[in-house]
Design a protein around this ligand. Structure first.
Ligand SMILES: [Zn+2]
Length: 444
C-alpha cells in the first residue's frame, strides 16, 4: 500500500479539503462497485467461493515429436463444424481439463472478498491516472476531427492504470526465491509436501530450493498458491500467480474479465472494452495492453491452443494470438476440432444455465461478433501475405518479402523473468534466438 504520498499531503493544511474530497470519492467508488457486484451476483445465484481445486495439468508440455508434424488447422481455416461429443479417452481427458480450468474465473466471484481486495489497491491514484489518460485520449481524438472516437474509454484506462501499478509497485517475479536467511541465490531441489498452513491457504504444490552458499545451506519453500485472495498477501509468483491475482483485481474494479489459458506454458488476461465493444488482450507480466501478437511475433513462440474462460462463457481465441498458423501454430492434436467446439458450447451452456433469456441472447450475439472478428484476423493475415509479393517479383518469378510492419511492432522480447530464464525458453525476441525446448519449460 503506497499511502506515503497521500499521508504527506494530509499534513499540508492547504490541501486538506481536496484530500478529504478524494477520500470521499474513493469511498463512493467502493460503494458503487460493491452495490453493483452484489446486484449482479444475487441475480445470478452464484455458489459460494469453493476451496481452491488442484491446478492439475496447467499445461503439460506437448511431446516434442508433435512439433514436427504438419499442422492441421481446420478450425482456424473457418470451416463450419458440427459440434461432436467426445468419444475417445484422450478427448475425455482434454474435456475434463478444460472444465476444470474454466473454474478459475468463478473463484473470483465473491463480493465480500472483491471489496476486501480493493483495500490493497491505491484507488485514488488509479482513478486519477485513468481520468488524466482518458482526457488526453479524448483530446487527441478531437484534434483529429469532429466525430472521432477516443482510442480507449475511461474504464479501459482504469485497467491500464491498474496494470501499471500491479507490475511496477505491487507484484514481484519469482524464478528461484532467494535464501531468506542470507539472501544468496538458491538451487531447485524438487517438490515438497505442503505444510498444513500452506495447504490451508490452497497450495497443493510446493517447490523446494536450497541456498547455494555452502556454509548456509538453508532450504527455501515456494508454495504455488492458486487462490487470488491469498496472492494479495504473498504478492509474488510467475505468470500463473500474476494473471490470477491481476484478473481478480480487474474484476474488483468492475471490468468483465477472462482468464486465458495457453496449452504451451502461459496464461494471461482479457478484459472487455465497452468502449471498443471487444475483448482486449492484457498481459500484466509484460505490462502489455492489446498486443495479441506479443507471443508469436514478439517472443517467437508457437502456440496450439489459447482458450478464454469467463464467468459467463468460454471461447477458443487462438486466432487472436496466432495470425499465421503455418508460421506460428502448433499441431492441435488433443481432440478433433468438432469436439473442442462441443466442449466450448458445453461450458458456455453451464455458465449460462441460470440466466434470463435476454442475457443468453445478448451473450450469443457477442460470441457471434467475436467469431466474426477472429475470422477477420485470418482473412487479413492472408491478404497481408499476398500484399507482400510485389508485382515485379511475381513477373520475374521471385518471391521476395517486404518488411513486415506487424513484426516490427511486436519485436519486443519478454521482460518478466531473468535473462537466462528467458533465453532458456527462447522468448528473448529477435535479438536472442533460442530453442523452444519443452524440457526447459517452467511450471506456470
Ligand atoms: Zn542462505
Amino acid at each position: 500500500m503506497d499511502r506515503s504520498h497521500a499521508g504527506q499531503q494530509r499534513a499540508d493544511a492547504a490541501t486538506v479539503d481536496t484530500d478529504q474530497l478524494a477520500h470521499e470519492m474513493t469511498e463512493r467508488f467502493r460503494q458503487v462497485l460493491s452495490t453493483r457486484r452484489m446486484n449482479e451476483l444475487t441475480s445470478r445465484a452464484v455458489q459460494s467461493r469453493p476451496a481452491s481445486p488442484a491446478p492439475r495439468d496447467f499445461g503439460t508440455p506437448q511431446p516434442p515429436t508433435a512439433q514436427h508434424a504438419p499442422p492441421s488447422y481446420s478450425s482456424l481455416r473457418n470451416i463450419p463444424l458440427e459440434p461432436q461429443a467426445p468419444q475417445d479417452a484422450r478427448s475425455m481427458r482434454f474435456k475434463n481439463m478444460l472444465h476444470s480450468l474454466s473454474n478459475m474465473p468463478i473463484r473470483w466471484e465473491n463480493p465480500g472478498l472483491l471489496d476486501e481486495a480493493l483495500r490493497v489497491v491505491p484507488l485514488e491514484q488509479i482513478y486519477n491516472e485513468a481520468e488524466e489518460e482518458s482526457q488526453i485520449l479524448q483530446a487527441e481524438a478531437e484534434s483529429l476531427g469532429a466525430g472521432k472516437k477516443a482510442a480507449w474509454g475511461y474504464q479501459d484506462c482504469v485497467v491500464r492504470a491498474l496494470m501499471r501499478w500491479f507490475k511496477r509497485s505491487f507484484f514481484s517475479w519469482v524464478n528461484n526465491p532467494p535464501c531468506a536467511r542470507c539472501y544468496s541465490p538458491t538451487i531447485g531441489v524438487g517438490m515438497a509436501a505442503p505444510l498444513p498452513d500452506e495447504q490451508a491457504r490452497g497450495a497443493n504444490q510446493v517447490e523446494l530450493y536450497k541456498c547455494s552458499l555452502e556454509q548456509c545451506g538453508a532450504f527455501e519453500r515456494y508454495p504455488r498458491y492458486n487462490d487470488a485472495f491469498v496472492l494479495l498477501q504473498t504478492r509474488r509468483g510467475r505468470c500463473g500467480e500474476w494473471a490470477n491475482c491481476f484478473s481478480m483485481l480487474c474484476r474488483a474494479v468492475g471490468s468483465r474479465v477472462r482468464w486465458v489459458w495457453n496449452s504451451e506454458d502461459h496464461v494471461w488476461t482479457e478484459v472487455y472494452s465497452v468502449h471498443r465493444k471487444r475483448w482486449v488482450h492484457v498481459d500484466v507480466c509484460e505490462e502489455s495492453w492489446d498486443k495479441p501478437m506479443l507471443y508469436t511475433k514478439g517472443w517467437g513462440k508457437k502456440l496450439a491452443y489459447c482458450i478464454a474462460f469467463s464467468v459467463d462463457g468460454a471461447m477458443d481465441v487462438t486466432r487472436r494470438y496466432v495470425r499465421d498458423p503455418a508460421k506460428h501454430g502448433l499441431e492441435r492434436n488433443r481432440t478433433p476440432e468438432a469436439v473442442l467446439l462441443y466442449i466450448m458450447n458445453e461450458i458456455r451452456a453451464m455458465r449460462r444455465t441460470n440466466m434470463s433469456k435476454q442475457d443468453k441472447f445478448r451473450l450469443q450475439g457477442e460470441d457471434m461478433r467475436e467469431d466474426k472478428e477472429l475470422c477477420g484476423y485470418f482473412i487479413s493475415s492472408i491478404a497481408h501475405e499476398m500484399s507482400k509479393l510485389s508485382a515485379d517479383d511475381i513477373v520475374a518469378g521471385r518471391v521476395a518479402r517486404r518488411p513486415d510492419p506487424d513484426a516490427q511492432k511486436a519485436l519486443e522480447g519478454r521482460t518478466s523473468g531473468n535473462s537466462q530464464w528467458i533465453r532458456s525458453r527462447g522468448e528473448g525476441g529477435q535479438n536472442t534466438p533460442g530453442q523452444q525446448d519443452p524440457r526447459n519449460q517452467h511450471p506456470r
